[in-house]
Design a protein around this ligand. Structure first.
Ligand code: GLN
Length: 487
């Protein structure tokens, strides 16, 4: 077995026992990148030199007999909307094609202190708008399980990198499903944390009230360890909560006895592929055999969630993206006639179609005369949905649903039909609207393609999600994610 195939947990053990060096780990992952990146296309930018230098630092510590943390020397891919000092951060947009941030995002700073090795910046949908990574200005990313299919999105590069062994772990961001849906489609584990548990300082904003950075990995322990490093109060982000976070990975319990799992009927409706439903039901039955208690419930608000999500997220995006005007950052149109023309040309040429569509929709729902009819209505719905979830959690500890209504679709299959693309988010957007944590775990293959089960909990119940997922991983023999051969 090559080093790139191991989990962070296994690599940490080897590093501590001096069975391998951090440099060897990084070289193994870089070798895997050389072997398959041309076919997968997970990265926008690679940072080989930076990676080897960071690995060298870890090796020095080990040689000096210093103790190292669980992420030291572990190769991690970072989504390209998370600021990395002096390393290109493009949001996969022409608008930021040359943007090198002068500072690190808080999550990156924390990972750096933990001794991680950044392999590079992962491809994504432009400004995180999309569900297939096809709106990237730079390249398409392929699903490692079937190269003719999408990896999901918008964090498709982060999910594909981990699935293909081109990184051991990665960071993504999730505004309406962008960590969980690609995790599901690529057969890896992905967590969208509770809103306010991870700092957004240095995350290029899409919809600030919904955005949250989170981890991808190939085992529950790894995802818990990475989350443990990035979560916590940050003075640079006033929305982060001050609270004590446990050592999630160390506290993992695989026992699901007595765990009450709610099954909302709206997430198993006609829009969801029958085979996806069957695999999720089968996984739930296994949890039941291990002692979990299943109960059906109803979350009727789900029916309006997509409309509310696209109103709220586009409204916030139209405001957040106003800063890209050809003056402050990145791209500026070459020819123009005066200031207004420069703005217009820069924004029409710098943003792709999907981003422009969202800006127009957002500007519309915020304009006077429509504000009450759309934006305010969506915010009222948000309140009602939060109450609906709070009610549901009176009777259950967790809620389980499919993560995505279908398996990975073919590249190009949905690009001509934005509404069909938006439907990919039907199972995930409610979690963001309600500010809850959601975890996607692989639960089987449908015609060779991964299917994910989503576990949703009350705010700040990440440990409970990890425990349930760990229990499931144990039931499945200790491993949920294999690295495909890339045929
Ligand atoms: N697919 C959704 C969208 O296009 C979610 C994006 C996200 O979570 N960043 O808005």
């Amino acid at each position: 077995m090559s080093l790139y195939q191991l989990t962070a947990k296994e690599l940490h053990r080897k590093l501590c026992n001096k069975e391998c060096s951090a440099r060897e780990v990084t070289e193994s992952v870089l070798g895997r990148i050389d072997a398959c990146e041309e076919r997968v296309g997970a990265y926008v930018t690679l940072d080989r030199e930076g990676a080897l230098a960071a690995a060298g630092e870890v090796d020095k510590k080990i040689a000096a007999g210093e103790a190292i943390g669980p992420l030291a020397g572990i190769p991690v891919a970072v989504k390209d909307n998370i600021c990395t000092k002096d390393v290109l951060t493009t949001c996969s947009s022409r608008m930021l094609y040359n943007f090198r941030p002068p500072y690190d995002a808080t999550v990156v700073e924390r990972l750096r202190s933990a001794g991680y090795v950044m392999t590079g910046k992962a491809n994504m949908d432009e400004f995180a708008m999309g569900s297939s990574t096809e709106t990237s200005y730079f390249k398409k990313t392929a699903n490692p399980h079937d190269l003719a299919r999408v990896p999901g999105g918008s964090s498709g590069g982060s999910a594909a990198a981990v699935a293909a062994g081109e990184a051991v772990l990665s960071l993504g961001s999730d505004t309406g499903g962008s960590i969980r849906q690609p995790a599901s489609l690529c057969g890896v584990i992905g967590l969208k944390p509770t809103y306010g548990s991870v700092s957004r300082y240095g995350l290029v904003a899409f919809a600030s009230s919904l955005d949250q950075i989170g981890p991808f990995g190939r085992c529950v322990e790894d995802v818990a360890a990475l989350y443990g490093v990035i979560c916590g109060k940050d003075p640079m982000d006033a929305t982060t909560a001050r609270r004590d976070y446990p050592d999630f990975a160390a506290a993992l319990k695989g026992d699901v006895k007595g765990l009450r799992i709610g099954i909302p009927k709206e997430y198993f409706g006609p829009g969801v592929d029958p085979e996806v439903k069957e695999l999720v039901y089968a996984a739930l039955k296994e949890l039941e055999s291990a002692g979990a208690v299943l109960r059906e419930l109803s979350l009727p608000g789900t029916d309006h969630a997509l409309s509310a999500y696209y109103i709220i997220s586009s409204a916030e995006a139209s405001s957040n993206l106003a800063r890209f005007d050809g003056v402050k950052y990145g791209f500026r149109a070459e020819e123009y006639d005066g200031l207004t023309d420069m703005y217009e040309k820069t924004r029409s040429q710098g943003f792709g179609d999907e981003v422009q569509r969202r800006i127009m929709l957002g500007t519309f729902v915020l304009s006077s005369g429509y504000y009450d009819a759309y934006y305010n209505k969506a915010k009222l719905f948000q309140k009602a949905l939060r109450a609906e979830f709070a009610d549901a959690f009176q009777d259950c500890d967790l809620i389980a649903t499919p993560t995505s209504p279908t398996v990975a679709f073919r590249l190009g299959e949905n690009t001509g039909d934005p509404l069909k693309m938006y439907a990919a988010d039907i199972c995930t957007v409610t979690v963001n609207i309600a500010g809850l944590p959601g975890l996607s775990v692989p639960c089987g293959l449908s015609q060779g393609l991964p299917v994910g089960m989503q576990l949703i909990g009350p705010r700040f119940s990440e440990q409970r999600l990890f425990d349930a997922a760990y229990g499931f991983q144990t039931i499945r023999g200790g491993s949920l994610c294999g690295i495909p051969a890339l045929a």
